[in-house]
Ligand binder design. Structure first.
Ligand SMILES: [Zn+2]
Ligand SMILES: [Zn+2]
Length: 148
């Protein structure tokens, strides 16, 4: 079981098993939302969610690709902890930086690299995309870590 918590620890989510995939996103919206140069997400099947505790609020925005994303954040400390995305309705995204366990590997893919800060370097094995691919047509990256 893994747990992710907000800055003030009121909002928490726990998930079972390993993430289906890990992704980095350099889109401008993720840069603004995180205040960092890219977001780092762990996607789990929705069925892996064991519990969500604490008050959370919803912020819906359009992705740079025009699809909706529902971000859930703590109203006290404003940490965005988890989200749902139109592009992958069977998964839940959780911010890697919010996990209490830092034992995550590097991203398997990086999207919106056209907006990537020039000094950022992703690992050799990480697949990079200028924008956002249709993930359902990218089965190899989705099954890469689902064996466990
Ligand atoms: Zn909080
Ligand atoms: Zn993004």
């Amino acid at each position: 079981m893994r747990a992710a918590v907000c800055s003030c620890a009121i909002l928490s989510i726990s998930v079972e098993g390993e993430p289906g995939f890990l992704g980095a996103c350099s889109c401008r919206a993720c840069q603004k939302a995180t205040g960092s140069v890219f977001s780092m997400s762990a996607y789990f099947p929705r069925s892996a969610v064991a519990a969500i505790a604490g008050e959370h609020r919803l912020y819906r925005r359009q992705s740079d690709g025009g699809r909706w994303l529902d971000f859930h954040f703590c109203p006290t400390c404003a940490s965005t902890v988890f989200w749902y995305a139109e592009f992958d309705p069977d998964s839940i995204g959780i911010a890697v930086g919010n996990f209490t366990d830092p034992g995550f590997g590097p991203p398997q893919y990086a999207v919106w690299c056209e907006a990537q800060h020039p000094w950022v370097r992703f690992p050799e094995a990480c697949r990079t995309f200028a924008r956002h691919p249709d993930l359902r047509s990218q089965a190899p990256i989705l099954v890469a870590t689902t064996q466990s």
